[in-house]
Ligand binder design. Structure first.
Ligand SMILES: Cc1cc2nc3c(=O)[nH]c(=O)nc-3n(C[C@H](O)[C@H](O)[C@H](O)COP(=O)(O)O)c2cc1C
Length: 199
C-alpha cells in the first residue's frame, strides 16, 4: 500500500514537514511494508493553477507528472495543514485544483492540522466542507490537531503537549490504515468518465 503524506505549509523546513516526517515513521512502525511518498508543497513550489497547466510545459511537464503519478498510485492520503489566518493554506487548496486527474478519487484522507498556538480547528472545518466535490477525496471522520506544534517532539515533548496525544495519533493512524485497506474494493464502481465531477 502506498500512502502519500503531504505537508501543506508554505515555509521550507516547516513544522508541518516535521510532523509529516514523524507520521511517516509512525506509519512504517505500524507496517514496514507501506510505501510512503512525502510531498512538501513548500519545496515543490507548485504555481497556482492556471490554464498553462494544459500545455504540460516546464513545471507542468516532468515535475508535475511525477507528483501526479505518485498521488495516483497512492491508496490513501495524510494532509498536514497549518492554520494560516484561520484558514487552510492556499497551497493545500491549490493542490485540490491541480489534481484533476482522479488522483484522490474515492480514497481515504486524514487531516492533521497544526498550530503554534491554540488554533487548528478552522482548516479542518474548511477542508471538510470544500475540498471533496471534484477530487472525491474521502476524509475519514477522525482528525488530529497538534497545538503548540513547536513543542511537539515525540520522545521528549514540551510541557504544552498533552501526554495522551501519542496514543491518540497511534489510534487514528491504525484506523486510517484500516479505511485504506477496506475502501480499495470500492474503486471498481468508480465511473470518472461520465461522472468525473461532483454535483
Ligand atoms: C501567514 C501565517 C498565518 C498564521 N495564522 C495563524 C492562525 O490563524 N491561527 C493559528 O493558530 N496560527 C497561525 N499561524 C501560526 C502557525 O500556526 C505556525 O506558524 C505554524 O508553525 C505554521 O506551520 P508551518 O511551520 O508548518 O508553516 C500563522 C502563521 C503564518 C505564517
Amino acid at each position: 500500500m502506498k500512502i502519500s503524506i503531504i505537508s501543506a505549509s508554505h515555509r521550507p523546513n516547516s513544522q508541518s514537514k516535521k510532523v509529516a516526517t514523524f507520521l511517516k515513521n509512525n506509519l512504517l512502525n505500524i507496517n514496514s511494508e507501506l510505501v510512503p511518498f512525502l510531498l512538501d508543497l513548500a519545496e515543490s513550489a507548485l504555481p497556482l493553477w492556471s490554464p498553462e497547466k494544459k500545455n504540460g510545459k516546464d513545471i507542468w511537464g516532468k515535475p508535475w507528472k511525477s507528483i501526479s503519478d505518485n498521488l495516483n498510485k497512492s491508496d490513501g492520503f495524510i494532509l498536514v495543514v497549518p492554520e494560516y489566518g484561520g484558514m487552510a493554506t492556499p497551497a493545500a487548496k491549490n493542490l485540490f485544483l491541480l489534481c484533476g486527474n482522479g488522483e484522490f478519487a474515492h480514497k481515504p484522507g486524514l487531516i492533521v492540522s497544526v498550530s503554534s498556538g491554540d488554533g487548528g480547528a478552522y482548516p479542518i472545518a474548511e477542508l471538510r466542507s470544500s475540498s471533496y466535490k471534484n477530487t472525491h477525496i474521502m476524509w475519514i471522520p477522525e482528525n488530529i490537531i497538534i497545538r503548540n506544534v513547536e513543542e511537539f517532539n515525540p520522545g521528549s515533548h514540551g510541557k504544552s503537549i498533552p501526554n495522551w496525544l501519542d496514543n491518540r495519533i497511534d489510534y487514528v493512524l491504525n484506523l486510517f490504515l484500516a479505511y485504506v485497506l477496506n475502501m480499495n474494493p470500492l474503486r471498481d464502481k468508480i465511473n470518472r468518465k461520465d461522472f468525473g465531477n461532483g454535483m
